[in-house]
Design a protein around this ligand. Structure first.
Ligand SMILES: NC(=O)c1ccc[n+]([C@@H]2O[C@H](COP(=O)([O-])OP(=O)(O)OC[C@H]3O[C@@H](n4cnc5c(N)ncnc54)[C@H](O)[C@@H]3O)[C@@H](O)[C@H]2O)c1
Ligand SMILES: *[C@@H]1O[C@H](CO)[C@@H](O)[C@H](O)[C@H]1NC(C)=O
Length: 359
């Protein structure tokens, strides 16, 4: 399919004028407007997942409600439906995506589609289709339409042979999970198309993302959400990782802000196309100790799960994000203390609103 489409001229992008929205000051130095397409409108694919809704909120505040279109294949909840444009789009439907991009004059694409973990494990063929064919569709469309494309990667893109403490942006990546393998594939495909055809591909490796609205689904970092819910309900958390397992984590609002700031960074400032971003690294024991400053009665028992423990043991302990800090000014706002305070407050409010007891 892709061979029949002519790749855009690699120099084409320099002929585009730029939207003033993308002008910015960087380290007190005025930088020229970005060289590629304008930020007229963004299409956020699979916006109804854990990360999509919050990112859309942040983008809409800055670019206007109607300039950010959310898409997914499931029905949006009423509050999301009312909050701005939403359309149905299956990431496997190339023509439909193209129609949406053309009709709405889309210039940025955020690709968040994924098959939910439990489903993905039960149906590997479908997961592969959505994760990999979906990505190829999006890459082709971005090239064809000169879109700025964001694709997320993860700590899972590293493996047992990668340096772990810290993991740099560039090093050996031999992950042993299908999740990791498909993420490395995405990083490499995007970078290849950038070098060969000038695609404005941008990728961040997210740490474990912590938010109130996460529905734990068997992921390796999910304990770090569940423990807050348990602390405020039963007061007891059974952890599937050993107490000293250290992993990179991030508050969801830092994750959204990193994504927006990275998308806004002028192309000339980027020395890489895939960056690590870090905020904090903690162990189950350390987060429990921090929670006990608020809820001294929290009890944690450990019952390590062989599969998830071995995955965690192959992932980075810390992320080296010095390139992101240097190139586009990344700094996290939340450390462990702020994260714990915010999570406990938010879950407590949520429980109170739902009429649930708070321990
Ligand atoms: N949440 C994290 O901690 C984390 C960490 C690192 C990387 N990531 C990455 O960020 C991205 C988004 O994560 P998330 O947690 O929001 O995922 P999610 O599983 O919550 O959401 C994925 C969305 O994709 C949609 N989808 C499924 N099949 C589709 C199809 N055929 N066409 C269109 N949409 C389809 C689902 O309806 C769902 O809303 C993923 O690529 C994930 O790998 C997430
Ligand atoms: C597809 O992505 C999901 C979530 O991002 C992941 O859990 C799953 O393992 C992936 N599967 C494949 C085959 O890539």
């Amino acid at each position: 399919k892709s061979s029949s489409r002519k790749p855009p001229n690699p120099h084409h992008r320099y002929f585009f004028s730029c939207s003033p929205l993308l002008m910015c000051t960087f380290r007190n130095r005025r930088v020229p407007p970005d060289s590629c397409c304008c930020s007229d409108r963004a299409l956020e694919q699979s916006g109804l997942g854990q990360l999509g809704v919050g990112l859309a909120q942040m983008l809409r505040k800055q670019y206007g409600t109607d300039n950010v279109i959310l898409s997914d294949i499931k029905k949006p909840p009423p509050d999301v439906y009312k909050s701005g444009p939403f359309v149905y789009a299956d990431v496997l439907d190339y023509k439909l995506l193209r129609e949406l991009i053309v009709n709405n004059r889309i210039t940025w694409l955020v690709h968040y589609s994924a098959l939910l973990r439990p489903v993905g494990e039960a149906n590997v063929a479908l997961a592969r289709k959505i994760n990999i064919t979906g990505l190829h569709n999006v890459l082709d469309l971005a090239l064809e339409n000169c879109l700025r494309l964001f694709v997320p990667s993860t700590i899972g893109a590293f493996g047992p042979s990668s340096p772990r403490d810290p993991a740099p942006d560039l090093c050996v990546q031999r992950p042993r999970t299908i999740y990791g393998v498909s993420k490395v594939h995405g990083e490499l495909m995007g970078e290849y198309l950038h070098h060969k055809y000038g695609l404005d591909f941008r990728c961040l490796r997210y740490p474990g993302v912590i938010s109130v609205n996460t529905t734990p689904g068997g992921g390796t970092t999910d304990y770090a959400v569940q423990i807050f819910h348990d602390a405020l309900s039963t007061g007891h958390h059974e952890c599937y990782l050993r107490p000293e397992t250290r992993l990179p984590m991030m508050h969801i609002s830092d994750c959204h802000r990193a994504t927006v700031e990275f998308m806004q960074a002028p192309e000339c400032q980027l020395t890489l196309r895939t960056y690590n971003i870090a905020a904090m690294s903690f162990t189950p024991e350390e987060v429990a100790q921090e929670i006990r400053k608020h809820l001294p009665h929290l009890k944690v028992t450990y019952n390590p799960d062989v599969v998830r423990q071995s995955i965690a043991d192959s992932w980075p302990v810390r992320f080296d994000d010095s390139n992101a800090r240097r190139d586009w000014g990344w700094t996290p706002a939340y450390g462990l203390e702020e994260l714990v305070t915010d999570m406990l407050d938010s879950i407590q409010n949520k429980r109170t609103n739902q009429g649930l007891p708070v321990s």
